[in-house]
Every structure is written in C-alpha cells, then in structure tokens.
Design a protein around this ligand. Structure first.
Ligand code: NAD
Ligand SMILES: O=C(O)C(=O)C[C@@H](O)[C@H](O)[C@H](O)COP(=O)(O)O
Ligand code: ZN
Length: 370
C-alpha cells in the first residue's frame, strides 16, 4: 500500500496528512500510534456512514480504541447550531475527556462541524480528520478552520482548531457521486489559479485522468495538500496571505447564503467555481486581468461540468443589493471595507482591500440572470 505523507508545519502542533487507499481500515493503528490510550467519538453523516462507518469501527476496535458514533443528516444545512448541539451532547454523554478525540468521518460539512465541537467541548479536545469527499481531502480537512453557518452568512461562527492527524483514504472517493467529485475539483483548480499556473495547465491536460482515478488523482490531492499546508504554515490565523485561499469565496459564499444552503441547488464547490469565474471577470472589468484569461478559466471549469455563471444556479436568486448584503458580512471585511481576492491572470491572485462596493454592485447587476 503506497501512502504519501504531507506535513503541516506548525511547530509543536505539526501534524501529518496521510494520503492513500486503505487508510480507513488502518485508522486504528495510525491513531493509536499518535494518541495512545485515546477514546473517540466518530461524527459522520448518513451517506458516509452507510459506506464507510463499519470498517472504521472495526479498525478502531481492533486497535483497542473505544468509540461511539454520532450520525447526522447529509448536506450543508447540517452546519447549524442544532447539529452542533447534537454533537456536543453526544460527546459529553459518552463521557469523553479533554484528551480524547473527535473523529470527523465525512466531507467538509462534517469536518467543519465536528472540528468546531472538538474545539469547544471541555475547551478543546483532540481532533482527527478522516475526509471522504474530494473537497475535504484537498482542502477542508487541512488548516484548522472549523465552524457553522448563520442566516446572516457562511461560516460566520467557529474557531481555529487544528487536527492532530488527517487520514485521507483515496479509496473512499469511489462511493462519492460525480456531482460532489466535480464540486471538490473546483478547490483543486483554485490552487492553480492562486499561484501555480503550471499546476493549472497540468489540470487542463489531465483532468480526465483525475476524474477516472489512479495516479493522477493521488498526485492532484497531494499537490493540493502541499499547496494548502504551505500557506497555513505561513499564516495560520489568516492575518495575511492565507486569505488567498478565499479566491472565489466572496461571491461563492454570498450565493450559498442566497440559496439558503440548499445543497439541491448549489453546493460549496459549485459556488466556488462560479465565484472564481466571477472573480476573474471582475478583475478583467477592473482592467487587472485580460478577458482571455477570464475566458480560459471559465472554459476549463465548464469542461469538467462545473457551473460558471449565476444563471447556472436553478431557481431564482435575490437581487444584486441582497447579494451585496451577504458580501458585506464576509469575514474579510475590515472597518466596513470590502476585501476581494482578485487576479492579474492565471496563477496571479492577490488580496485587494478597499474594493468599492459601488463597483461590486454594478458588476453584480451586469452579471445577474434577470
Ligand atoms: N474548513 C475549511 O478549510 C473548508 C475548506 C473548504 C470547504 N469547507 C466547507 O466544506 C463544506 C463542503 O464540503 P463537501 O463538499 O465535502 O460537502 P459535504 O460534506 O456535504 O459532502 C458532500 C456530499 O457527499 C457525501 N459524501 C461525502 N463523502 C462521501 C463518500 N465517500 N461516499 C459517498 N458520499 C459521500 C456527503 O454525505 C454529502 O452528501 C462546506 O460547508 C464548506 O464551507 C471548509
Ligand atoms: O482554509 C482557508 O483559509 C480557506 O479559505 C479554504 C476555503 O476553501 C474554505 O471554504 C474556507 O472555509 C473559507 O473560509 P472562510 O474564512 O471564508 O469561512
Ligand atoms: Zn472553499
């Protein structure tokens, strides 16, 4: 079994991301080696539990790790106060101690929610990420951002709380739907668009193999984790260039809020794909980036089957003023000024502070489907 290891270097809180097939079956031994004597609460959702919970329970039992499972409904609406309370109560009812672990077995919804619970129960328990979606394997399981949504906007309540270990079993992706795989691919493409133009060009040439599985897929996951680990090691708490990882998210999060976190209409990765296409178009409107580059980005995202325009979202959207109100709640806003991740071209993203809201509003009106 070939396992790739990517370290996230955070001093005495450094941890490993292990990437490869068969890691769910091996989870017990990997966890016990790093956290001897630990007991665990596994947080998961109904889809993932049906496919992957039993092998994890067997692996933990085989390694002598006592565990309890908390299974929640799938979908973005699970990043809520109600679900947080269910997880917190479940962990406390199992009498887990501060030194015990919460294990997130699932996509980014479960990772963000379980990570938040592990950060606040007994003021901070240990945390293991076992990402099962492509998006979670390349992005959300790494870096310690945890949280839930509010009616006021995405991820507005949460804490930074790093895991002690990330186990990304690439075999788990075999049960993921095509739509969710594509959504995760948007975050893979993001790393190329931020500052790795060669990686983006490689994706343009190799995306079919990534979707089919095999070595190109593992390479894309490992390269994405290395890219994210580098940024997180430099700027754990997003006081500076970690904000680059938000490329596409200022528009994308507004669209997720505007669609009521309805996974049937829009999932996070799809929002990011539309958001990245809009960020490039907006940069072109501001004469920062060529229209050719903006169109190149849209062409690639559309080629893999991702949405690139607001009009691609089924159903009606609130008007441009309402979308701007979501953007005004973004966590990058500082003293009322909007911050966007803009770009000078493929692989040349930068942080733009003080973006005039009048420009954003005009752009949203021009690109609004009605
Ligand atoms: N913390 C971070 O740094 C970070 C980064 C990126 C995204 N996020 C968050 O992650 C969330 C999106 O994550 P996601 O795309 O994984 O969504 P998700 O967790 O909703 O998972 C997508 C769907 O796939 C199912 N699924 C997951 N793994 C499966 C498997 N192996 N087999 C079958 N079904 C499976 C889930 O049940 C769900 O229905 C958003 O809330 C986003 O805000 C967080
Ligand atoms: O890890 C980060 O930093 C990111 O921005 C990664 C994003 O893909 C992710 O969606 C994140 O949750 C967004 O962060 P937020 O601070 O805008 O909520
Ligand atoms: Zn994201």
């Amino acid at each position: 079994m070939s396992i790739e290891t990517v370290p996230v270097r955070l001093g005495d809180r450094t941890y490993d991301i292990l990437i490869g097939a068969g890691l769910i079956a091996r989870a017990g031994e990997e966890i016990v080696r790093r956290l001897p004597g630990v007991r665990a609460a596994i947080v998961t959702d109904g889809h993932v539990a049906a496919a992957h919970l039993d092998p994890l329970l067997a692996s933990l039992e085989g390694a002598g790790v006592g565990s309890t499972a908390i299974t929640l409904p799938p979908g973005e609406k699970t990043k809520s106060f109600e679900a947080l309370q269910t997880v917190v109560d479940g962990v406390l009812a199992a009498r887990l101690e501060r030194g015990d672990a919460v294990i997130a077995l699932g996509g980014g919804v479960i990772g963000d929610l379980a990570g938040f619970a592990s950060g606040i129960v007994r003021r901070g328990m240990r945390f293991v990420q076992m990402p099962t979606s492509l998006l979670a394997q390349v992005d959300s399981s790494v870096g310690g951002k945890t949280g839930i949504n509010s009616t006021h906007g995405k991820n507005l309540v949460g804490v930074f709380h790093q895991p002690q270990l990330v186990l990304a079993d690439t075999g788990a992706l075999d049960t993921l739907s095509d739509r969710e795989f594509r959504a995760g691919y948007a975050e893979v493409a993001k790393y190329g668009l931020i500052d790795r133009p060669d990686f983006f060009a490689w994706l343009e040439d190799n995306w079919r193999e990534i979707f089919e599985g095999g070595p190109a897929r593992t390479r894309a996951i490992a390269e994405s984790c290395r890219a994210k680990a580098e940024v997180v090691a430099r700027d754990e708490f997003e006081t500076g260039d970690r904000a680059l990882l938000n490329l596409g998210h200022t528009f994308g999060h507004a669209l997720e809020g505007a669609t009521g976190y309805d996974s049937g209409r829009l999932v996070h990765g799809e929002g990011v794909a539309i958001g990245m296409a809009l960020a490039h178009r907006f940069s072109s409107r501001l004469n920062l980036c060529s229209m050719d580059d903006a169109l190149r980005v849209e062409r690639h995202l559309a080629a893999v089957g991702l949405p690139t325009r607001m009009a691609d979202i089924p159903g009606d959207l609130p008007d441009a003023d309402r979308l701007l109100a979501y953007i005004a709640q973004d966590k990058k806003v500082s003293r009322g000024a909007l911050t966007f991740i803009l770009t000078r071209g493929v692989g040349q993203a930068f942080i733009a502070r003080d973006v005039p809201s009048s420009e954003v509003l005009a752009f949203l009106k021009e690109n609004h489907p009605r």
